[in-house]
Design a protein around this ligand. Structure first.
Ligand code: GDP
Length: 173
């Protein structure tokens, strides 16, 4: 099992669709309940994927954090890797930091995926990538040292990420 975690609107459902559009056995529809956006939500996608939506607003840090940690630790044995999505336009935000801290604290192996790379200029993107890379190198222990920049619109980086997921899950279908 792998998990995709990130703020609402960071591009999780679009990424899942882009990654698995060729795999008919994976149900790619990520259901969302409008009106329930204040709480952290967990969605199963197919058998092997979980998506965690962390609302940026009204995020109840202590309670939701406990929920998140419990869910993670329960599934920990099967959890091969956590993919933490960060919007490449705005970089690491407060909510992203909470997820990073959780992964660090519980020593969960995680990977930072930069989404929506088609949206900014090359210069802006490069600046964000370097900044986040520096953060990963200097401040993290459990984070995979390479970032995965992707776009669900142009499909840039999708193939590489798909291969990476296949290699960590041992599933090369
Ligand atoms: P989620 O809430 O994390 O599941 O985010 P969504 O996948 O629903 O995406 C939020 C918004 O960002 C939608 O309007 C998407 O069309 C847009 N979006 C997602 N991925 C990309 C991308 O790679 N490029 C661009 N330009 N827009 C994207």
């Amino acid at each position: 099992m792998v998990c995709f975690i990130g703020r609402s609107n960071v591009g999780k459902s679009s990424l899942i669709k882009a990654l698995f559009s060729l795999a008919p056995e994976v149900e790619v529809r990520v259901s969302k309940k409008p009106g329930h956006t204040k709480k952290m939500n967990f969605f199963k996608v197919g058998k092997h994927f979980t998506v965690v939506d962390m609302p940026g607003y009204g995020f109840r840090a202590p309670e939701d954090f406990v929920d998140m940690v419990e869910t993670y630790l329960k599934e920990r044995r099967n959890l091969k890797r956590t993919f933490l999505l960060v919007d490449s336009v705005v970089g690491i935000q407060k909510t992203d930091n909470i997820a990073i801290e959780m992964c660090e604290e519980f020593a969960l192996p995680y990977v930072i995926v930069l989404t929506k790379i088609d949206k900014s200029s090359k210069g802006h993107l490069l600046k964000q990538v370097l900044q986040i890379q520096k953060f990963v190198n200097m401040k993290t222990q459990g984070c995979f040292p390479q970032l995965f920049p992707v776009s669900a619109v142009t499909f840039s980086g999708i193939h590489l990420l798909r291969c990476f997921i296949a290699s960590v899950t041992g599933n090369l279908d």
